[in-house]
Design a protein around this ligand. Sequence first.
Ligand SMILES: NC(=O)C1=CN([C@@H]2O[C@H](COP(=O)(O)OP(=O)(O)OC[C@H]3O[C@@H](n4cnc5c(N)ncnc54)[C@H](OP(=O)(O)O)[C@@H]3O)[C@@H](O)[C@H]2O)[C@@H](O)CC1
Ligand SMILES: Nc1ncnc2c1ncn2[C@@H]1O[C@H](COP(=O)(O)OP(=O)(O)O)[C@@H](O)[C@H]1O
Ligand SMILES: [K+]
Length: 460
Amino acid sequence: MSVPANVPILTSEAMRAAEAACAASGVSLSELMDRAGAAIADIAWRMAAGSPILILCGPGNNGGDGYVAARLLAERGAEVRVAALADPATELARAARALWTGAVEPLDRDLAPAALIVDALFGVGLSRPLPYELIENLQSLAGRRVLAVDVPSGVASDGVRDWSPPLPADVTVALGALKPAHVLLPTAPHCGQVLLARIGIDAGGTMRTLPSVSSTKPDVAAHKFSRGMVLVRAGPMPGAAGLASAAALRAGAGYVVLSGSDHAPFSAIIAEDGAGYADRLGDARIGAVIVGPGYPVSDALDDDVMAALDAGKPLVLDAAAIAAALPRLHQLDGAVPAILTPHEGEFARAFPGLSGSKIDRALAAAAFAQAVVVYKGADTIIAAPDGRVVAAWPGSPWLATAGTGDVLAGACGAMLARGGDAFDAAVAAVGWHIARAARIGPGLVADDLVADDLVRECND
Ligand SMILES: NC(=O)C1=CN([C@@H]2O[C@H](COP(=O)(O)OP(=O)(O)OC[C@H]3O[C@@H](n4cnc5c(N)ncnc54)[C@H](OP(=O)(O)O)[C@@H]3O)[C@@H](O)[C@H]2O)[C@@H](O)CC1
Ligand SMILES: Nc1ncnc2c1ncn2[C@@H]1O[C@H](COP(=O)(O)OP(=O)(O)O)[C@@H](O)[C@H]1O
Ligand SMILES: [K+]
């Protein structure tokens, strides 16, 4: 499973607007369909490697793409058959169907499979769950290689959960831009390897996949404070704050202070008792404060969060600190840069009653808090109050173990303390986290993410 790095993601509404803009600029929809069909034919040709291909065409333009691909594959000498669910229902699909000179078989339970199935039944126009009979017929084709056109049919492309079980794809060719369903659970795993066929649509916009991680060297004139100073406030479970402080240092902070704990994981971390917290908050050199790791709901947490908010420092708020800070953050209306890092349970507690896809909910939360939200999970979404979104699918499943969220909070603190945009900082931290987890792989425990043998390996 993979998606291309740093490419646009569009909802169906945004896709239709991009399509209209394209038409207004002189590129017809028929030209777009030809390009889409050509991209699919190209990939199908390589996937089939000489074996027979069966293309399943639906009634809309997704089916139209299928007819174009069928014609181009036949012209190249591929052994290709077409099966249709219904007659074409759009002008474009009818025109594409008319140029296909081969037979069109009915898509029913007697349909013979082929080594490669191209699923061109439904794309962004799916408006309701698939009929039960079609689901059954598709299931009888499972087990072959499957290439999905735009999205596996049955998947609601905007990433809401009203979907039907699709024929899982080995490869999905996203047309013009990725769609939310390619990067969100539960649909993303059904898309297999997602490739982007650009087809000439201007898909600029505010949502993208995670960019590749680039390692940046410190400025030649850097000193420890210019690289960013991070203050981590420990709660009653000091191990978590220890992980966050170690991660802040490993992620590039020049100076890390751990307040309220003597469990500093490295000698380079300045561990202090909690009494100096207020003074530290007043230290002009501190570029980011982290509160929340290992700090359950309590009056002490509320006090520490409020003190950090009053100090006006850029903040990383994790776990129970998110809900504790929320009313005040909302009032502050973005005056204090903040990154919130909830997992599913913490998100539901802090932002109850939101609906829509995980992207919609992350955006609504960011807008309410006027803060960057890193909505964690296998399909982590980073959302900014101004509408920017980065989707981090697929992360590393080895991260599904206790303490890795504390490490992420530490990395967010390091990136935020450098100065600059909080959204960019959160994106860099999530990329750092996933890249390190991917290097470690099996057996990962949170401590490995900040261990020195990994640092040596990363520097090799
Ligand atoms: N964006 C671009 O730039 C480009 C997009 N292109 C392609 O166009 C695709 C979008 O095409 P599209 O809008 O025609 O919709 P599509 O997905 O074919 O389905 C609509 C049809 O299915 C029907 N239908 C819906 N749900 C159903 C159900 N559960 N069960 C049964 N029927 C159902 C629906 O009927 P209705 O809801 O009207 O009753 C309608 O007839 C896009 O994904 C991409 O592949 C490329 O050609 C080039 C450039
Ligand atoms: N299946 C998964 N695939 C990728 N990343 C995951 C998966 N499960 C969890 N993660 C990541 O691991 C981290 C876990 O954070 P969290 O649940 O807060 O753990 P903790 O509170 O124990 O530190 C998050 O960054 C999350 O995105
Ligand atoms: K499809």
